[in-house]
Design a protein around this ligand. Structure first.
Ligand SMILES: Cc1cc2nc3c(=O)[nH]c(=O)nc-3n(C[C@H](O)[C@H](O)[C@H](O)COP(=O)(O)OP(=O)(O)OC[C@H]3O[C@@H](n4cnc5c(N)ncnc54)[C@H](O)[C@@H]3O)c2cc1C
Length: 418
């Protein structure tokens, strides 16, 4: 990638480098573009948006009241316990500052499941229309060294490069005797190994907890746990996203991705749970699967960055570390936003990332010292992590019990009543 040498903007403006133009990087760029005073560079390695994977945006993203924000029963309790009133108000203010065009798009997309590339293309087109602050697109793959070299003392760098974040483990100086550089600034919890099954279905369908139970009657080791909703573009088409929990041995034997037919041929016991679900909804609705069934094996990890900014480089006493004081990250401000900061397979990660982008844009706009911006962002992200951790553990626990519902002693083994 060739890095432009001149921004072509007045120096009084704040330089912002956004690494990664996935959904979160794009929203981050759109938010800052709508505010005066920034010269934004948006770096992206993919030449076109081709990801058709369906994701669902959470309605809380554009909630304009605290009750709408905390509408989900479990998440609402967590939110009330973790955030104080002024923090919730700050979130509300950040959401209210979002460009109405973006709000309209998010409202459309949150009607149901929506292909990732439709979201990416929609925000991208909005950015191309321009705004008070210029956005310069820089194509190509940014390396760590290039990122470090780009940061001038007052610059802002926002890493939106996704779950394999470019900078996450570079936000703290290398520790003497550290065992694994990949864990330097990352906490990861493996929740389970899973086979994800996705397909479109030609009829409206809903599936609550009773439905999930009855659709799994007769399944032994493998249970098909579906998340079912309409697609955003058509209320008559349902998107089914099913998780089948598998052992580490199964996981190693499965292909990384395949179609439903190959799963039936090579792993019939796993495929039976999927087919039993499909047969039952066919019988109930008279509908049918549209097109291919996509199967992906995936480790379901819950993770977060212990530092979501470069604060640790500032804390490092000059002289105690060979890099401290010299390193670019002990001068500018670096933030992790989106999957680069936190990820959970059971939480709406994309919505969480977009929400954090809105919050950071609002913080930057307040004109407070950058050390305060870094501190407040860290606090916010840590609280979001607590929220995500609590919900993910609750869901995992419920899943563990659900998978043993017909086995009383199996259920008792999973319970911690007091
Ligand atoms: C099977 C599956 C189903 C999912 N379903 C849902 C769902 O229903 N709801 C939900 O909320 N979330 C879902 N997710 C998660 C969701 O896709 C992510 O949370 C979301 O894509 C994160 O957005 P992001 O912009 O942070 O990262 P990404 O989407 O990963 O984007 C990162 C961008 O950075 C670019 N990039 C990376 N490194 C570099 C580099 N060095 N230089 C330049 N560019 C770089 C990449 O090309 C990419 O465009 C799902 C994920 C999977 C795998």
């Amino acid at each position: 990638m060739s890095i432009p040498t001149s921004l072509g903007a007045a120096r009084a403006t704040q330089r912002v480098h956004i690494l990664g133009a996935g959904p979160v990087g794009l929203v981050m760029a759109a938010m800052l573009q709508s505010m005066p005073g920034y010269a934004i560079r948006l770096y992206e390695k993919r030449p076109t948006y081709l990801r058709t994977r369906m994701v669902k945006l959470a309605p809380y993203l554009v909630a304009d009241s605290l009750s709408a924000y905390a509408a989900d029963e479990v998440d609402g309790d967590n939110v009330a316990a973790i955030f104080d009133a002024t923090e919730l108000e700050a979130g509300l203010r950040a959401r209210r500052s979002v460009d109405p065009k973006l709000v309209t798009l998010i409202q459309e997309w949150s009607q149901g499941f929506c292909p990732l590339n439709i979201i990416e293309a929609g925000v991208s087109a909005m950015i191309d229309e321009g705004g008070p602050s210029p956005v310069e697109r820089v194509p190509g793959n940014v390396s760590v060294d290039q990122a470090v070299a780009m940061v001038a003392p007052d610059d802002i760098m926002i890493d939106c490069t996704g779950c394999n974040s470019l900078l996450r483990n570079h936000l703290v100086p290398e520790q003497a005797g550290e065992a694994n550089a990949a864990e330097r600034n990352t906490y990861t919890l493996r929740l389970e190994y899973a086979v994800n099954v996705t397909f479109l279905y030609a009829a409206p369908y809903q599936c609550n907890e009773y439905c999930k139970y009855y659709k799994n009657r007769g399944n032994g080791q493998y249970k098909f746990i579906p998340a079912v909703d309409r697609i955003a573009q058509d209320a008559g088409v349902t998107h089914v996203f099913g998780i089948i929990s598998v052992s580490a041995e199964d996981f190693a034997a499965l292909p990384s991705q395949c179609k439903g037919d190959l799963l039936r041929e090579q792993f019939p016991a796993v495929a039976t749970s999927m087919d039993r679900f499909i047969e039952q909804i066919n019988a109930e609705t008279g509908g049918h699967v549209i097109g291919d069934i996509d199967v992906v094996r995936i480790p379901l990890n819950l993770y977060h960055a212990r530092n979501a900014t470069n604060r640790a480089w500032y804390a490092e006493p000059a002289g105690d570390h060979s890099d401290a004081g010299q390193h670019a990250f002990s001068k500018g401000s670096v933030f992790l936003v989106g999957d680069s900061a936190i990820g959970s397979p059971y939480f709406q990660s994309i919505s969480l990332g977009i929400e954090c982008a809105m919050f950071l844009a609002d913080l930057l706009q307040q004109g407070i010292p950058m050390s305060d911006v870094r501190g407040q962002y860290e606090t916010r992200i840590y609280k979001q992590w607590l929220r995500v951790y609590m919900r993910s553990k609750t869901i995992k626990h419920s899943k563990d019990i659900f998978e043993r519902l017909d086995d009383t002693f199996g259920v008792l083994e999973k319970l911690k009543i007091y």
